[in-house]
Write a new protein. Structure first.
Length: 308
């Protein structure tokens, strides 16, 4: 009797996992193209008696602003969240809202390379493990690789999250020849995420190791974003992109406000993402390291301080 809508793109692994899991169990899927923030979507929720919703952090941020109340939709009993870190206060808010109507909320963690789920925080542990994405799924295992390259499962050690499990991909193939290479990963995935385990083996994520950002749950290469920004006009002296909560912040050296707006619009058009996901700011001079390279850590700290 489970009914889920297509509120996530099917080319996105999270959206595809919702479709596949429901079809595998003989449940129903409602094809609804208006999007979770559209009026037609909520009409469909009532009409088809939708039982679960899957969203990324941006969706839940918007639902909070819209004062979403699950009590208005009696059939709805489950919320799931993945695609990036949702603010703990919002996790607590939606968990309490669902519990008030006898429902549940699940926070999950995954990557496309792991088909795509690696962890789920049980609904009954959400309150006392707030901020965690849960333990590894059955058959999987997390470890942490510290700065010295040593892997450990000890609690409170921060480093890159390593996942091992039967759901890890065989590798990347960009040609017909590479398709014949066989399993190149051995079931091990270096996630590029930074985090730590607690004493119960629950994972807490704290950041990204690689130059990858997320905009409304969509992964973007920050170096590619910089290249696209530079292509907007020859009057862009220098640009640096850093990740923020569900958006990318770009710093343009000596840029007027008009150019900042133009860059945000161009990136939105090129990458097919809402322009609000690109926070373009002017800066007098980009900070540099002693070797002349951009000082990204300083920019990230500046971003956190301003957005705090």
């Amino acid at each position: 009797d489970e009914v889920a809508p297509t509120c996530l793109p099917l080319h996105y692994s999270y959206g595809m996992s919702v479709l596949n899991s429901h079809l595998l169990r003989g449940a129903s899927v409602v094809i609804e193209g208006s999007g979770m923030l559209g009026r037609g979507f909520w009409t469909a929720v009532r009409q088809h008696k939708i039982t679960s919703l899957a969203g990324v952090p941006y969706h839940y941020e918007m639902l909070r602003r819209l004062r979403f109340d699950p009590a208005r939709y009696p059939s709805l009993r489950t919320l799931t969240q993945a695609g990036g870190r949702l603010r703990p206060e919002l996790v607590a808010h939606f968990n309490e809202a669902m519990r008030a109507v006898g429902g549940r909320m699940f926070v999950m963690y995954g990557q496309t390379e792991a088909a795509p789920r690696m962890a789920t925080l049980p609904a009954e542990r959400l309150a006392d493990k707030l901020g965690s994405v849960g333990p590894a799924l059955p058959g999987g295992k997390f470890s942490i690789r510290d700065d010295a390259g040593v892997e450990t499962t000890d609690a409170q050690v921060t480093g890159e999250v390593i996942y091992r499990g039967p759901n890890v991909m065989m590798g990347y193939a960009e040609s017909e020849t590479e398709l014949a290479f066989g399993d190149e990963t051995g079931g091990t995935l270096s996630t590029g995420d930074i985090g730590h385990l607690d004493e119960d083996g629950y994972l807490y994520l704290t950041g990204r190791l690689k130059r990858i950002g997320k905009i409304f749950g969509n992964r973007v290469n920050l170096d590619d974003v910089e290249l696209l920004a530079r292509s907007t006009g020859s009057d862009i002296a220098a640009v640096a992109a850093v990740p923020a909560d569900d958006k990318v912040v770009l710093y343009l050296e000596g840029a007027p406000e008009r150019l900042c707006r133009c860059v945000a619009s161009t990136l939105s058009e090129r990458l097919h993402l809402n322009a609000t996901g690109f926070d373009v700011r002017s800066i007098d001079a980009l900070p540099l390291l002693a070797n002349g390279k951009l000082d990204y850590p300083t920019l990230e700290r500046r971003t956190l301080e301003r957005d705090a």
